[in-house]
Design a protein around this ligand. Structure first.
Ligand code: UDP
Length: 528
């Protein structure tokens, strides 16, 4: 089957750190020929329309389709459709219940299509898609949005009974067993997704949907995570493709400046203004600060950060979304005059910043990051050394990878997640003095700092090379599409004529360089 005859459905989790890489993936797949439909809720579709329509104008067969979000049926406010809109932690239970209910509109949508799609790619946190695919005979891949390091660590800790042994003790230190590198920590900083009280069923659904998937896609690349990807593939026994970092894609997918500036949402600042501001600064002199789409620093911690930044004397751009939601933070910036005092060297973006536009500017020389996996890949892909400030979930693992394994990061000194399991804020973890010291270490750092920067540049080159034709991620994506083509053929055959074996075949794949024929034994690699 020619690649252009394939139709993929992509179902992202409705959270920025999951939708953004899924939209990238859609464009990357479409750039190889297949037609791709991204299914998401109206609010999330609207946020990503600029990027997707830009890609469509550039000739890619990619579209966004709205599925209704059942939140209001469960008492959630109308229009609350993304994890970054959650104002109260207790809403998460209803939010995930609503997400699980999306199975119904999804099934209706797929049934109404004139032809069954060839593959559905679901975020690992959307296991409710499995039942729909089973009912309709649609092949299903799982897309993982955190690092392979994190996935493997959580898997090994579970498989070797470490979580069971430590029980409720959040502080007991352990070493991750059977891991490619030495990794030490505690349960609080090695907690897996859905490993908190009240979502045990959802956790089981996630594990089951992954264990029964037709394959796994990871947003990472073998240059930094090969050992973790391979070990995870072996542990799960599922075919696995590392196709990232998706943020480093070029060509029709990644080179459009407007699409880049509007990645995930419309920026709350004019991207051109930020670029002009950065143009006026020396190379590698500016610190960029962002805690991603979900983590919110408490006002007391913001205050320590403002004082530390003032004392550091460095230029910075700070995406400070807390200024939107927290009156105490606004008072610090406005009434107490922080913004005014630093106006000659500090640019505050109150809300959503054009992050990749900023990180790709040569004036940016450091990234104070919460270590979300996308932020981590973005800092790696742009050769920007990181000041690591994890908040929750996989972020502590990204910190370990950046600092201990890749040696392109400096720790800010955060020890535990910003909130404990009871939802209580643990308060200030990094004082103004710490901030001043670690910012100097990251931005200067003498010979060690220079070596860190040079390693960061090498990694960025590797990341870009992985995404270029012939690179490991390019090849993995090609292999995934070929696999889907074979699998879909088999499934169609089974649907039409029972379980008649599928003969060896020649699969035609269209690549950027034109059509290529790839000899493949269709029956070989296909799992039923
Ligand atoms: N992002 C952005 N502007 C912002 C904040 C975040 O463009 O002001 C993007 C960022 O580039 C990344 C994503 O949102 O691609 C956040 O994902 P990540 O995994 O870093 O963190 P999360 O938000 O999931 O904690």
């Amino acid at each position: 089957m020619a690649a252009s005859e394939l139709h993929f459905l992509l179902v992202p989790l409705v959270a920025q750190g999951h939708i953004i890489p899924m939209v990238d993936l859609a464009c990357l797949i479409a750039a190889r020929g297949p037609r791709v439909t991204i299914l998401t809720t109206p609010v999330n579709a609207a946020r990503n329309r600029v990027a997707v329509e830009g890609a469509a104008r550039a000739g890619l067969a990619v579209e966004l389709v709205d599925l209704p979000f059942p939140g209001p049926q469960l008492g959630l406010p109308e229009g609350l459709e993304n994890a970054d809109q959650m104002v109260d932690r207790t809403m998460y239970y209803k939010f995930f219940e609503a997400i699980w209910k999306m199975a119904e509109p999804l099934e209706e949508y797929v049934r109404a299509l004139p032809r069954r799609p060839d593959c559905l790619v679901a975020d690992s946190c959307n296991p409710w898609t499995a039942g729909v695919c089973d009912a309709l005979g649609v092949p299903r891949l799982v897309m993982h949005c955190p690092s392979a390091y994190f996935l493997l660590a959580v898997h090994n800790l579970s498989a070797h009974g470490v979580y069971d042994r430590v029980g409720d003790d959040e502080d007991e230190e352990f070493e991750v067993p059977g891991f490619p590198v030495r990794a030490v920590g505690n349960k609080a900083t090695f907690r897996g997704f859905f490993q908190w009280p009240g979502v045990e069923k959802e956790h089981q659904d996630v594990l089951h949907a992954e264990a029964t998937a037709d394959g796994l896609i990871m947003n990472t690349f073998r240059g930094v995570e090969g050992a973790f990807v391979d070990a995870y593939e072996a542990a799960l026994g599922r075919r696995t493709w590392a196709v990232g970092p998706t943020c480093a894609a070029s060509g029709a997918v990644g080179d459009d400046a407007d699409a880049r500036a509007g990645r995930g949402n419309r920026a709350d600042v004019d991207a051109g203004r930020v670029v002009s501001w950065l143009d006026a600064r020396p190379p590698a002199s500016v610190l960029y600060i962002s805690f991603g789409s979900i983590a919110q620093l408490p006002a007391k911690q913001v205050e320590e950060l403002t004082r530390g930044l003032e004392a550091s004397g460095r230029p910075f751009v700070w995406a400070i979304k807390e200024a939107k939601a927290d009156a105490a933070v606004r008072a610090l910036l406005d009434d107490e005059g922080f913004e005014e005092r630093v106006k000659d060297r500090g640019l505050l973006v109150r809300g959503w910043a054009p992050q990749v536009t900023i990180l790709s500017h040569p004036a940016v020389g450091g990234f104070l990051t919460h270590c979300g996996w996308n932020a981590t890949l973005e800092t790696i892909s742009h050769g920007v050394p990181a000041l690591t400030w994890p908040n929750f979930a996989d972020q502590f693992c990204s910190e370990r990878l950046l600092v201990d394994v890749l040696r392109v990061g400096v720790r800010s000194g955060v020890k535990v997640p910003a909130m404990n399991t009871a939802g209580v804020d643990v308060g200030v973890q990094v004082t103004s003095g710490d901030v001043e010291r670690v910012v100097a270490e990251l931005m200067d750092g003498g010979a060690e700092g220079a070596a860190r920067r040079s390693r960061a540049n090498e990694l960025a080159a590797e990341a870009r090379a992985a995404m270029e034709e012939g690179g490991s991620s390019y090849t993995d994506l090609e292999d995934m599409i070929l696999y889907v083509s074979q699998m879909s053929r088999t499934r169609r055959h089974e649907r039409d004529a029972g379980s008649t074996p599928v003969p060896s075949t020649t699969v035609e794949l269209e690549t950027k360089n034109g059509a290529e024929k790839i000899e493949a034994d269709a029956a070989l690699s296909v799992e039923s």
